[in-house]
Design a protein around this ligand. Sequence first.
Ligand code: FES
Length: 107
Amino acid sequence: MGYIKVCQASEVPEGSSLRVEDPAGALAVHNYEGQFYVTQDRCTHDEWSLSEGYLEDGMIECSLHWAKFCVKTGQVKAPPACQALKIYPVRITGDDIEVDVEAGHLT
Ligand code: FES
């Protein structure tokens, strides 16, 4: 399948996250300091959408129980989560954000 368009860059202002649906499951597109990163949207602690959380200091903060994950690597930075997030390769083509949804992986 390779890279597929998931949204437009203009839909994800700096400092925000956007949930997008994909055949592989919901993904979260994050714009941190003008760079785009894509992770699974579901928190590894419970059923909660990380795109509903906060993005600061290079971390995604879950808004349900406040676990933190590195936006670049998906690694856990604060409990109660103990499993990392899957991250996905992302590229920008024009204003399109494209994700290789089959290449999601743990770091
Ligand atoms: S659901 Fe995210 S920390 Fe609990």
